[in-house]
Design a protein around this ligand. Structure first.
Ligand code: AFD
Ligand code: MN
Ligand code: MN
Length: 397
């Protein structure tokens, strides 16, 4: 049973925790082996924002939506006003702006890292357009992920590409307003398999530093090798004031976009613990963007996003219960078991009753998933959207 001071810690933590949801998580996507179409999936940005609005309506912690420039701004900068209006109409706002320099044919050999200066210039043009869109949506973060790399030894000059990236990122950074941030995301492999130009947190840190003072590193939890210690990376970046935030998901083998906490909830708890300990010791709130980056293939898209947001709340609430005074004391004295037990005992606490009471205090249903399911939203969207998806796949049962 939690004490009242523990419940207060949880409420304080929940009051300060929002997690951004990705527009691309609501559309039908798949793997390279195929796509299992969902009749309720969103197609247009308005439908994606409608679905996102449902997640926020029932969880109360997802007020902003990360958007993808090519997929969500059909007319580029001309569509910003209608996207802003649609977001407001659905009770959310536009969050991070994600440029896309990985799918157009010209990017076959890379974008900012392409040996062809005209293709590098085209990629830079898209990044600068994305900065302009961010100004019009009022978004602080321009979130950069590059699929650049190569598949075979000897086919790419790694040092030249590094320099081209630095040039492109510096130019992009120079176009931002003082309150914007450039988020540099890393990924060890995929879509390329021999080398990826920004493959790990060290490369992302150097790229961010070279770009300018408003650039930071974005940690996507699915972008690490097996058994990599992600919370150690988080602690280092916090210590360097270079952590922008997260793309949360879970992984079994690679960048699997599995539901946050479905495979290793203790790892997510340890990440939140490093942040909470940093905040306790420095007395400063870590200014981090918590974002989900999942593109759901099998579970229902809206339901999985609700599940992800409530799981994030639970793991963050557990981390808020760690007794930091005792932990620091035990660390100083190398009381190994006592130090470890500070984490394990907090992780073992059942925080759900306290979270339910918090939801009640906010006028939310204590069970967001049940409330969403009872709303009939999926029945309505299946009726409105199902036919087009059925037509899209003739073999749909
Ligand atoms: C893919 C990439 C990367 C990026 C995301 C959204 O691996 O995580 O952030 O798409 O563009 O998951
Ligand atoms: Mn990501
Ligand atoms: Mn990814």
């Amino acid at each position: 049973m939690l004490s009242s001071s523990q419940e207060q810690k949880i409420w304080n933590a929940l009051n300060g925790f929002n997690i951004e949801i990705p527009s691309w998580g609501f559309a039908n996507t798949g793997t390279r082996f195929g796509k299992f179409v969902q009749l309720t999936a969103a197609t247009t940005i308005d439908e994606k924002l409608s679905d996102a609005g449902e997640v926020h309506k029932y969880t109360g912690c997802c007020p902003s939506v990360a958007v993808h420039v090519l997929w969500d701004f059909a007319k580029g900068k001309q569509s910003v006003a209608e996207v802003n209006e649609a977001a407001a109409r659905h009770g959310v706002r536009v969050g991070a702006i994600n440029p896309n320099v990985f799918q157009d044919q010209i990017y076959k050999h890379g974008s900012l890292g392409n040996p062809d200066p005209e293709i590098r210039a085209a990629a830079l043009g898209h990044l600068l357009d994305s900065v302009e869109i961010a100004k019009q949506t009022g978004s602080r973060d321009i979130s950069l992920w590059f699929g650049d790399g190569s598949n075979f030894p000897g086919t790419a000059n790694i040092r030249h590409r590094k320099q081209w990236f630095i040039e492109g990122l510096k130019e992009t950074h120079a176009h931002m307003t003082p309150n914007q941030r450039l988020l540099v995301e890393y990924k060890p492999f995929e879509p390329t398999f021999y080398h990826t130009d920004i493959a790990d947190w060290g490369m992302a840190l150097l790229m961010a530093r070279a770009s300018g003072p408003q650039a930071r590193v974005l940690v996507d939890t699915g972008h690490h090798y097996q058994a990599q210690n992600i919370e150690q990376i988080v602690a280092w970046l916090l210590s360097e004031n270079m952590l922008a935030g997260f793309h949360f998901n879970d992984r079994r083998y690679a960048d699997d976009d599995l539901t946050l906490g479905s495979i290793d909830p203790y790892q997510v708890f340890r990440i939140f613990n490093e942040i909470a300990l940093f905040e306790f010791e420095t007395g400063k709130r870590a200014d981090l963007a918590y974002m989900i980056d999942q593109s759901h293939n099998l579970k229902n898209k809206v339901e999985e996003m609700i599940q992800t947001a409530t799981t994030a709340q639970e793991l963050m609430a557990k981390a808020s219960l760690v007794d930091h005074e005792s932990l620091l004391e035990h660390q100083r004295k190398c009381n190994l078991i006592d130090a470890e037990e500070c984490l394990k005992s907090a992780f073992a606490e059942d925080v759900r009753p306290a979270i339910e009471q918090w939801r009640k205090s906010k006028g939310l249903d204590i069970n967001p998933m049940r409330a969403f399911r009872e709303s009939g939203y999926l029945t309505r969207t299946a009726a409105e959207r199902g036919e087009r998806h059925r037509n899209a796949v003739s073999s749909y049962a």
